[in-house]
Every structure is written in structure tokens, then in C-alpha cells.
Write a protein that binds this ligand. Structure first.
Ligand SMILES: Nc1ncnc2c1ncn2[C@@H]1O[C@H](COP(=O)(O)OP(=O)(O)OP(=O)(O)O)[C@@H](O)[C@H]1O
Ligand SMILES: CC(=O)N[C@H]1[C@@H]2OC[C@@H](O2)[C@@H](O)[C@@H]1O[C@H](C)C(=O)O
Length: 519
């Protein structure tokens, strides 16, 4: 496939109020060109709605029907992100017609990793159909469900994009990629090109929540608090015994799996320092689980802008931390670019998750695609009274069939029984087509039933059908009496549709007209 322009959309777990929008030209395997990138703010009311939605999602905990608020939030997210796409595409000097596909991650509101005996669960709010309608462009969305359904973690999915980035930058073999969002995830490529990826632990989410709880802003901006504080080493050492950290991958986390309650009694500065050290040390513990420990990490995601975090990666994770920008990548764009690439992969039917990235048994293609209506596309109509164009289809269909099975010679047939006064007492209607007679309707007036009328009608119809060259006949019924009568006439059951009407099966019967001839 020729590379196409794709738009990637990401709103991560920290709910920082921004939509990450990035353009990427790609064939789904390699990066041809990085396009423009912007952080577009959500409207204030959407931010408030999202906070409420996340709280309701946690209370719901995948138990029972989804909270009603999801419907409203999903529409608001989809509309706001569609607007953002329009603006970024236009500002880049392109039109929507230049965009091959949109990769719409949606908002993760809840994520639960699988455990032995129970598959995982994940929910990203985002209505791909609505976005495709609004923008008139194909949309790939719901990237994680298929992986989860197949037994995978559903995350992280960025590994295949990180691999493409590492290849494009020609990084040394011992380099891994680290994303520091609400949660931290790492991607490592083995010498023979195998990918490993997993969530290492928290990144910014607990730091943001802690700082916010002290009324000190939305984040520890530039690591100012952490840099001014002292890490509570004993407390950190104890915290580092949490089994998740050294557990073998694959593994994934929800944004709220790690909190800040364990530093609540510390000062703002010491708390921030201890939380930052914990996120960094958790990365180190994760690196220890890889077959060979990388010596360099290219760091992307918002945490890359936190100097305390970058410094602590060196001291607590014992690894060289290089900013994404040092390789010409754009820290804040990586996740959005990733979903642009994943959308193209989905379009091409290429896998987006693998046994070593999400633990899924076989690579999964994931992502659902909605095709948009474009000018010039066929128009779909549905009617309860077909007339107009049926003849066109009919003639074409018959001509098509005739080309490989000969002329159908469809010809109708009606058999009637009248009394002496001309009153109808029984009748059958059907048609012969190719080698078969089909009796569509057969009816006997009530007072004439059980007198062999049905058999007389059928025999007459069968004779006529034989003259027309038919070698078989079929009929169907969902009445007991019909079934008995047709059996008596030499028909045998060859199929049924259970519960066709009010619990009754529709029974299909056939009879060989050749056998009748011979016998
Ligand atoms: N200048 C800065 N100083 C300190 N921290 C920063 C700075 N800029 C960004 N951050 C941190 O990065 C966070 C945003 O990170 P990012 O956008 O990568 O998260 P996300 O994509 O929502 O999360 P995830 O990757 O888990 O889905 C901010 O909320 C903040 O904690
Ligand atoms: C369920 C979910 O949304 N997980 C996110 C989250 O944020 C970081 C980390 O946890 C990662 O596993 C994932 O996002 C990135 C884009 C991923 O799938 O690679």
C-alpha cells in the first residue's frame, strides 16, 4: 500500500483537558513523514463531564449495565475531537479529502487486566460512527476490545509504533522507549527484532493527584516540588516490594491502580519527591524483567518535561534517560501518532498487538473501522413496497445465473379444485425453476380436508413439472396437518427452521420426481 495521511487522536489517562492530534504519513509499517501536531483544549463543560464520567466508571467497575453518563460523554468526546481534527487538518493546509483514515483512541474510563480464569475488561469512550459521519472520513476506533476478548491485556498498544520510531531514528540496540503519561509503559526490541512491552507502574497520575490535593496546581510543574524535597527512602523501599513491579510481563494498569495515600502525611515537596522516585524506580524494576537490560531510554509523554523525573530515572532506574526530542521525535505527539499508524494497520488488516506486548495468544488486528459516506458513494434506501428497480435486479440476476447454470425457465403454475357450482375448494400455487418445482402455497377448504385433496393437487402439479423437465419438487409447512399430508404424498423432510412462528418450526420437504416416474 502507498503511504497515506492519517490523523491520530489521543486523550490519555491523566485527563489534562487536551486532545492530542497528530498527522502522520505512513503505510502502517514505516513512517514516511511526520505531519503537524497540536494539543487542542476540550471545552470546559466537556472536561467537567469527563471527570464525572471517570468517577462513575470507577463506581460501576464493569458490574452491570454501563452508567447512563457514558452516552452523553461519548457524544461530547466524539464531537469535540471531530472539531479538533477539522482545525488541525485545515491549519496544516490540507482538506479532509487528503486524509485516508482517522485513528480515534477514545477516552479510557476504566481498565482491568486479565487474571487467570477471567479475561480483562477495558472501555474507551468514543463513537467512531459519529465521527465518520461528522467528518466524512473513514475512522478506526475501539482498538483494545479485540485484544481483550482474545485474552490479551488490551495494553500497551504503542509498541509497534515505538518499534517504527526506533527504526526511523537508527537507535543503538540497547535502547528502549519509555512513555510517561498517567501510567508508564516501556517498549524494548530484542536483537532479533522481537518486541516486548508492558506498563511498568505509575508515572504522573499519582503526582498530579497529590499536588492537586494540596491545592498546589494540576501537576508538579517542572518538577519544582520534587526537586525541592527529599525522598523518604525507607518508605520508598517498602513500596518497591509491591509484587506488580517485578512481575513478569505482559501486564497492564488502570490509571487508579496506584495512588498517593502512602505519602499523604509528607510535605508537598517530600511527597512529590517520593512519588517521583517511586515512578522512576518502578521503571527500573520493569527493566530488570527484560531478557537484557537496556542502557538507554528514549523518554516521551508529559513526564519527559519533568526534570526531577528525568534525573530520577538515572538515579533510581539506573538507566540513561534521553528526551524524545534528542531524536527529533515530539514527546507529546508520540501517542497520537501511534494511533494514526495503528489506524492504517487496521485498514490494512495488519496486527496491532502481539503475544509479547499484550500477552494475547495470537497477534490481533483489533480496531473497528467505520467507512464514511463520500460524495459519489452509492446511496442506500430501504422500502416496504419494492417495485421500482426490482425488474433491473431481476433481469440482471437471472442473466448472471444463466451464464453458469443455464436459463432458469421460471414458469408459474396453479392447480385448482372447484365444486360443481364453481366454488373453489382447494388450490396450489408455485413455480418451476431450473430442475425443481416449488409449491409456495397450498390450501384446502375446511370441510374438504382429510379427503386427499392436497395429494390430488400435488400430483397434478408434479406431472406438469415433469413435463417441463423437472426432476424434483419441494414444499414447506409449519402445520402438523400439512406435514402429514405431504409425507403421505411421498415428500420427505430435509431441513427446518426452528421457532419460525409461535414456537412452531418451518419444515422443508422434498420429493424426487424421477423416482415418481420410475415407480
Ligand atoms: N512541564 C511539566 N512539568 C512536570 N510535569 C509535566 C510537565 N508537562 C507535562 N507534565 C506531566 O505530564 C502529564 C501529561 O502527560 P501525558 O499527556 O503524556 O499523559 P496521558 O497521555 O494523558 O497519559 P497516558 O499516557 O497514561 O494515557 C501532565 O499531567 C503532567 O503530570
Ligand atoms: C488502557 C489504557 O488506556 N492504557 C494506556 C495507559 O497510558 C499509558 C499506558 O497506560 C498504556 O498501556 C496505554 O496507552 C498507550 C497509548 C498504549 O496503549 O501503548
Amino acid at each position: 500500500m502507498e503511504p497515506i495521511w492519517a490523523v491520530g487522536l489521543m486523550t490519555g489517562t491523566v485527563l489534562d483537558g487536551y486532545i492530542d492530534v497528530a498527522l502522520l504519513k505512513t503505510d502502517g509499517e514505516t513512517i514516511t513523514e511526520f505531519g503537524s501536531y497540536e494539543l487542542v483544549p476540550y471545552p470546559d463543560e466537556t472536561n467537567r463531564l469527563l471527570e464525572k464520567t471517570l468517577a462513575e466508571a470507577r463506581a460501576w467497575a464493569f458490574d452491570g449495565p454501563e452508567p447512563d453518563i457514558f452516552v452523553e460523554a461519548e457524544a461530547a468526546i466524539s464531537r469535540a475531537q471531530a472539531d479538533a481534527v477539522c482545525n488541525v487538518v485545515e491549519a496544516a493546509g490540507l482538506t479532509m479529502a487528503d486524509i485516508g483514515i482517522i485513528g480515534f483512541h477514545g477516552q479510557t474510563v476504566l481498565h482491568r487486566a486479565p487474571i487467570p480464569g477471567r479475561i480483562g475488561a477495558t472501555r474507551q469512550l468514543g463513537d467512531g460512527r459519529l465521527m465518520a459521519q461528522l467528518l466524512g472520513t473513514d475512522v478506526a476506533y475501539d482498538f483494545r476490545s479485540a485484544d481483550i476478548a482474545a485474552g490479551g491485556q488490551g495494553a500497551p498498544l504503542s509498541a509497534i509504533y515505538h518499534k517504527a520510531l526506533l527504526a526511523s531514528a537508527g537507535c543503538p540496540k540497547d535502547t528502549a522507549v519509555l512513555n510517561l503519561g498517567g501510567v508508564a509503559n516501556v517498549t524494548w526490541i530484542s536483537g532479533d527484532g522481537q518486541i516486548a512491552a508492558f506498563d511498568t507502574g505509575p508515572a504522573n497520575a499519582p503526582i498530579n493527584d497529590f499536588v492537586r490535593s494540596r491545592g498546589a496546581g494540576d501537576m508538579d510543574r517542572d518538577g519544582a516540588n520534587a526537586l525541592a524535597g527529599t525522598v523518604d527512602e525507607p518508605r520508598l523501599a517498602e513500596r518497591l516490594t509491591i509484587p506488580y513491579l517485578s512481575q513478569p510481563y505482559p501486564k497492564s494498569l488502570d490509571r487508579f491502580d496506584f495512588g498517593y495515600d502512602w505519602v499523604e502525611d509528607l510535605s508537598l515537596e517530600d511527597g512529590a519527591a517520593t512519588l517521583t522516585a517511586f515512578s522512576a524506580a518502578a521503571v527500573g524494576a520493569g527493566l530488570d524483567t527484560l531478557p537484557t537490560r537496556p542502557t538507554r531510554l528514549v523518554v516521551c509523554g508529559g513526564g519527559r518535561w519533568n526534570p526531577a523525573m528525568m534525573k530520577m530515572l538515572e538515579t533510581y532506574a539506573k538507566v540513561e534517560a534521553v528526551a524524545a526530542e534528542d531524536h527529533g521525535w515530539r514527546s507529546d505527539a508520540v501517542e497520537a501518532e501511534c494511533f494514526a499508524l495503528l489506524a492504517v494497520r487496521t485498514l490494512r488488516g495488519l496486527p496491532i498487538s502481539f503475544p509479547t506486548t499484550t500477552g494475547v495468544e495470537t497477534p490481533q488486528c483489533g480496531g473497528r473501522i467505520v467507512r464514511a459516506n463520500r460524495p459519489g458513494d452509492p446511496i442506500l434506501t430501504i422500502t416496504d413496497a419494492p417495485v421500482d428497480h426490482w425488474q433491473t435486479i431481476h433481469e440482471d440476476l437471472f442473466a448472471y445465473n444463466a451464464a453458469f447454470v443455464g436459463e432458469p425457465n421460471r414458469s408459474e403454475l396453479q392447480v385448482m379444485l372447484h365444486d360443481q357450482k364453481g366454488q373453489v375448494i382447494a388450490g396450489a400455487f408455485g413455480f418451476t425453476i431450473w430442475n425443481y418445482l416449488y409449491i409456495q402455497w397450498l390450501w384446502v377448504a375446511e370441510k374438504h380436508r382429510n379427503q386427499g385433496m392436497a395429494i390430488r393437487l400435488l400430483e397434478a402439479a408434479e406431472k406438469r413439472a415433469q413435463k417441463r423437465g423437472c426432476t424434483g419438487a419441494w414444499i414447506d409447512t409449519f402445520s402438523e396437518s400439512g406435514l402429514a399430508a405431504y409425507r403421505k404424498a411421498g415428500y420427505e423432510v430435509f431441513g427446518e427452521l426452528p421457532d419460525f412462528a409461535a414456537g412452531q418450526a418451518r419444515i422443508f420437504l422434498r420429493k424426487s420426481l424421477e423416482a415418481t416416474n420410475k415407480g
